[in-house]
Ligand binder design. Sequence first.
Ligand code: GLU
Length: 447
Amino acid sequence: MKSKIKKFMDLVRQRNQFEPEFLQAVEEVAETVIPYIVNKEIYYGKNILLRMVEPERVIMFRVPWINDVGEIVVNRGFRIEMNSAIGPYKGGLRFHPTVNLSILKFLAFEQVFKNALTTLPMGGGKGGSDFDPKAKSDGEIMRFCQSFMGELFRHIGPNTDIPAGDIGVGGREIGYLFGMYKKLRNEFTGVLTGKGMSWGGSLIRPEATGYGTVYFAQSMLETRNDSLKGKIVTVSGSGNVAQYACEKATQLEAKVVTLSDSGGYIYDEEGIDASKLAFVMDLKNNKRARISEYIDKYPKAKYVEGKKPWGIKCDVAMPCATQNEVNKVDAKKLLANGCFLISEGANMPSDPGAVHAFQAAKILYAPGKASNAGGVATSGLEMSQNSLRIVWTREEVDERLQDIMSNIHENCIKYGKQDDGYVDYVTGANIAGFVKVADAMLAQGVV
Ligand code: GLU
């Protein structure tokens, strides 16, 4: 088995030598999916996984724009159209200086599996730019978004490719992108998700990724007749996912004690309750300030500069910041402190060393492609509402989201339960996602 995986990875590595994050994401899938497909006759000679690691299309383009002092700035734009076997390409846009082909290909690859897990008809894609939104004026953000859409519009459409937000792309950016798309196409369609409520958005979409991550944790706890009540939770990040993970966990009577940003983390032993979270939301979403300001308002809390919150004692950890934010050393600290549940809100936040440590310790460990699928699932619900030209209530959307998350959890158990009863959610998510996409690809022939 090991040699089969190695042979496959050698081939993928040869072709994608300078893409470490992409190779990391592929290897994790190969390790779990290859052992599953070797005994299945229907996959013989079809090279399905090899076809899945090759994007259907990669679009790379120049994004020139003019900053507030009149200089011309040039950024690079991307859209990876990874797989459309089960639906149009679907996935977010990330605006962050670290964005490159490797990062977006890993995200697009993960998105294919994640979207399949939601059971909604969505293929996988991802895009973005190395543009850094930090400290940019509103006018600069708008001009950048308009230039970005000035090229992207010819590649996307409500039945072709439907982008959304990710790091650095929230409601404001989706608004500017949508406005430009509509102007260029002269069409009002559901081409983007994460839209404002008065122009085609869905209730619960802003909350969905964070809520979904907590719902998934709840399902995992239920397998041990346990609940979130009274649990100490560490959350990293302070953006959209972290904020709503914190909100839902608190509503379910857990105590969230940390949040972070790229500068460091805050530790509030008394818990970040609803009113403290409202302060954080205003700080991050309106003032666009640093999390360190939390301690000016709540001096009993601590701010730790340049560090991540994984050394803080907790029962449950929810990494909601970015890829590879938890390494093997962090994982060992979490385990030594008694953490027994990880529900990932970010995409691939645990590096392979951390994942293997969690698996070896047999704790409840949910990979992002399962536990953070609530965001894109609710994007799927936004698309359904756009097509039907109706708006569902908060309760309706939330109920569907909860159903989808518990369905994903069931599917992970179906494909991930080991002989000793331990549920390997990584294996479960990868195989469940793979089977759905692979079967569609088999049916559609070599295209
Ligand atoms: N960027 C989110 C994700 O990683 C959401 C994508 C979407 O809604 O299309 O799944």
